[in-house]
Design a protein around this ligand. Structure first.
Ligand code: PEP
Ligand code: MN
Length: 344
């Protein structure tokens, strides 16, 4: 990092800054310009996290050279990470095609939707058993019963499953049933939850918070990586904006932006990003064209009866049409859609 000193920093202050830097086990390189004096700090930048360098008298600005999301950064690893979800690869040219209902509602419903998305070419089945709802009176999910249904359906169709975990106390329970944890937008900065899933080695689908910057998203990923779990897939699912015509603002630029900052795979979720079936296909294709490593879509065979997110659900035949277009685009882009080993 570089410490820029104030215009009229005294010799005493400069000496004090150098002492503080060296006291942290780092080297300080003083450079006096015509107008400004700067100190180059050489060594592990993380050591400076313990002290607020900006607060030292005479310091004007502290400019980090490396991003604070060390493990998630492209500097740490230039090659793309490939995350394997029970045999399905995401990242490095492999697309995750995640589809299913917002919530697991019943075994019959789950079966019908799984059959449809599997036939359409999806390679991971989704379904929420614990639903983070804005209202405490809205449908909260089936809980463990829903996890059992999801697991059983995934097994019967040869599809890995992904489901949301909302509570650090339930990580162990959800672990037993799922192939991939989903951390929802509302929990992106639930640091205890991130730490807890970080202590497992199961893949994590980390969704961007609706008011989170891309840097915030990468800092949250860092929580998981720093616990030793390297299997993180990021997800752009729309952010809040002043325009509420659609549910959220689909930040498609986040995809190539993440690519410049991190080696982690990033997928898009046009279902939550738009909230409107008529906007989902275009945004799914735009996401892929922008370089996304997969697409996450909510599908329901009777949206008017859906207990959660019915208005944004694609019908199975709409998903099949879109999946066909996504497949053709993937081919054009030279991306592969892997199927789990031993898939039926
Ligand atoms: C979901 O996937 O159903 C969901 C609640 O997503 P998000 O956290 O992105 O709102
Ligand atoms: Mn949903």
């Amino acid at each position: 990092m570089i410490i820029v000193l104030k215009l009229h920093a005294t010799e005493q202050q400069i000496e004090h800054v150098i002492q503080r830097v060296e006291g942290m086990g780092l080297r300080a390189h003083l450079s006096r310009g015509t107008y400004r004096t700067i100190i180059g700090v050489i060594g592990d930048e993380a050591k400076t996290q313990v002290a607020p360098l900006e607060a030292i008298p005479g310091v004007a600005q502290v400019v980090p050279i490396l991003p604070p999301f060390k493990l998630a950064s492209i500097e740490a690893q230039p090659e793309p990470t490939v995350v394997e979800v029970a045999g399905v690869k995401i990242g490095g040219g492999h697309l995750g095609m995640i589809a299913g209902p917002c919530a697991v509602e019943s075994a019959e419903r789950m079966d019908a939707i799984a059959a449809a998305v599997k036939a359409a070419g999806a390679n991971i089945l989704r379904g929420g058993a614990f639903k983070p709802r804005t209202s405490p009176y809205a449908y909260q999910g089936m809980g463990e019963e829903g996890l059992k249904i999801l697991r059983d359906t995934g097994d019967r169709y040869g599809m890995p499953v992904v489901t949301e975990v909302m509570d650090p106390r339930r990580v162990e329970l959800v672990y037993r049933y799922t192939d991939m944890f989903q951390i929802g937008a509302r929990n992106m900065q639930n640091f205890n939850l991130l730490t807890e899933v970080g202590q497992t080695r199961k893949p994590v689908l980390l969704k961007r918070g609706m008011s989170a910057t891309v840097k915030d998203l990468l800092m949250s990923a860092e929580y998981i990586l720093s616990e030793g779990n390297a299997n993180v897939v990021l997800c752009e699912r729309g952010i809040k904006s002043f325009d509420n015509t659609a549910r959220n603002l689909f930040d498609v630029a986040a995809v190539p932006l993440v690519r410049t900052m991190s080696h982690l795979p990033i997928i898009v979720d046009p279902s939550h990003a738009t909230g409107r079936p008529d906007l989902i296909p275009a945004c799914a294709l735009a996401g892929l064209a922008a370089g996304a490593d997969g697409v996450h879509i909510e599908v329901h065979n009777c949206p008017e009866e859906a207990l959660s997110d019915g208005p944004q659900a694609l019908l199975p035949e709409q998903y099949a049409d879109l999946a066909d277009q996504m497949r053709r685009l993937a081919e054009l882009l030279g991306k592969a859609i892997s199927q789990p080993a031993g898939a039926v």
